[in-house]
Design a protein around this ligand. Structure first.
Ligand code: DX5
Ligand code: ZN
Length: 215
């Protein structure tokens, strides 16, 4: 069964408590929290104070996806705010290996996100240190975009790298995941589905989460 990680970027920020309660009662596994700095990506979302509040509202895994430059400067602060997984972008990390060790030393799982243009091969020498690889299936910055089809090939390639290196790394797909394309994404080897609009803009988010979980 896939791990389901609804993205709260598409939640109702004026009723965050209700959306957290809904997720708590649902079959969702992780809360996917998208932090944007307006520099690494052309959008600004939310940051530490919101994550601190969400942490109080759930005991589920807080999966923090930071789309920010110099993510190492904020790792400790995000840990204090309640992050369980700290996912940084490889494109923002000239010292990725050091960043991964830092996250682990702070007691978080270490995640790495790849933009659509970044090859899987960039992970060859570091895959054994990564808990979660987040493959961006849209250009990061916004919810509600179209899934980029080439992602399927990247999932297959990443899966084979993980098998070859014999690591426990999870493959997470982020962007444009729907009930229609999720079966193909999972068949290619994905473990974690992020879903923003598909969950929160659906008529019955709880049922949509259950339907994703049942795939
Ligand atoms: C995009 C974010 C995603 C986003 C996904 O930069 O990383 O997590 O919320 O939203 P959907 O599922 O609507 O594409
Ligand atoms: Zn994300």
């Amino acid at each position: 069964m896939p791990i389901i990680a609804p993205s709260l970027l598409s939640a109702n920020f004026l009723a965050l408590q209700q959306d957290c309660d809904m997720l708590n009662k649902s079959e969702a596994d992780w809360f996917h929290l998208d932090v944007m700095d307006g520099r690494f990506v052309p959008n600004i979302s939310f940051g530490l104070p919101i994550i601190e509040q969400i942490r109080k509202a759930t005991s589920k895994v807080c999966d923090v996806h930071v789309m920010i430059l110099e993510p190492e400067k904020y790792a400790e602060a995000f840990k204090k705010a309640g992050a369980d997984i700290y996912t940084v972008h490889i494109e923002a990390c000239p010292h990725l290996h050091r960043n991964l060790q830092q996250a682990k030393q702070l007691g978080m799982k270490a995640g790495v996100a790849l933009n659509p243009h970044t090859p899987i091969q960039t992970l060859v020498d570091v895959i054994q240190d990564i808990d979660v690889v987040c493959l961006m299936s849209v250009n990061p910055g916004f919810g509600g975009q179209q899934f980029i089809p080439q992602t399927i090939q990247k999932i297959i390639e990443l899966k084979s790298l993980i098998t070859q290196k014999n690591t426990n790394t999870l493959i997470q797909i982020d962007g444009g995941v729907t009930l229609l394309n999720a079966p193909e994404i999972l068949a290619a080897g994905a473990d974690v589905l992020v879903a923003g609009n598909t969950v929160f803009k659906s008529e019955n988010p709880t049922q949509t989460i259950a339907a994703l979980k049942a795939l």
